[in-house]
Design a protein around this ligand. Sequence first.
Ligand SMILES: [Zn+2]
Length: 457
Amino acid sequence: MSEVDVTIGQTSHIGGRPMTVKVTRHRDKILSVLREWFRVHKQAPTLEELCVELEMQPRQRATLQRWLQTMRGIDVEWEDNAARSLRLLTTEPEVEPGLQIPVTETLRYLATGLADWEKREPEERSNIPKALRVGMSRMYLTSLLSGSEQAPSNLPEFFEWAKKPVVEWKPATEIKNLSKEVTLIEDGLVSDFALQWQVTGSDVEMQVQEKVLQDVLEYCRVNQLEDAYRALRKLIIERPVLPYPEYRRLLSSTQLRPLRDFLLQIYVDLVDLVSDNTYHFCPRCKYVMRHRRDGSYSCRNMTCEQLSAKLHLPPPTSVSKQEAETWKVVTPGVHRYGTLPGLCEIQLAEALTKMGVRVTLWPEIDEFDLLVEFSKKVRWAIDVKDWSYLDEERLRSVEYRFDTTETFVVFPDDRDSVLRIAVERQRLEPELGGVRLRLVKEILSEAKKILEKKNNA
Ligand SMILES: [Zn+2]
């Protein structure tokens, strides 16, 4: 995973400075071009095509979009997020509709665009991803419409802005449960918050996962490989870094042999991923850390950094360059979408197992995260969500399991300062069809009560 480099992208400008030219001057021209267009074409033009028709430079698209926005509901109308939906309004509307651009959608565009951009090779970075372009234009428009606020108008300005707390941008304060600290870029990488936000915007079913992890899931479902699936999931969570002999042994083990081809994609050579004289690993997730410019080492994940410091987790043994030649490591994508979210799941499973409860991780090939069985009659289904904000849309997509006695969505205790579960569940649970929200500590104490009752019976 490459770092977000703020020095790249000077060539690409969005918007530029606010236009002082009176918009009305352009209205007639836009209208006549559009009328002409619809005489010839059935479909509406894209913004790019309209730019060409108006003999504007492609880089003036954002300017054109601003002009269109001022004409929206008066002369023209379009659907947000739908290409070629621009149309001419023939009748004058009675009331001028307010210009509204949902802030949540804008942030989704920005997060999606940023994640896309981060994945690109450096030489492709002068092309701004479409989502980022749309997000920036919308952000600019929102600020323009609100009158007072300044929004970043080009890529370098945007990257500066993205390192600051999102709530500093005033329109974002209307979003509930947004922590004051969250930023889109953290320590040079796209933040957890941005990634989570991006997930919401895309297909909730699929989520944004590494392709290989989706492939594994599908393959295991088709071939009913429940044990192999579980073994692989555990492996990438607990052992994101492995010495080669162990890796080899696992590849040919009975359990993992059916998934050998996937393991060959998931693990790469450590020295190919990172080049260093000594390799240091994260005390929390065990993944290889990044060597920072000041000489120190840090995990790519900010939560790891915070928890390692807070809990004084001891660093794992480092490995020399020579020794590292024979080590394997999961790809950064698998680390992000497989290793990190799995840490809480495994921790909760271990804590419950220790209490003497029967726990199955990812039952029925990942129908949910944990099946907790106290007896034949008392069974819990648990989904663990290590979220940096409370995503109501995704919460609503959690299905109540009728084959269990309780369906819980469980959040790590350390996220509660932001998520405020005790408060939020009163508002949310009535709409969740029986699904209940809990913190890890609450789940453990409820489990303890059930066990005590059982033992006294
Ligand atoms: Zn870590």
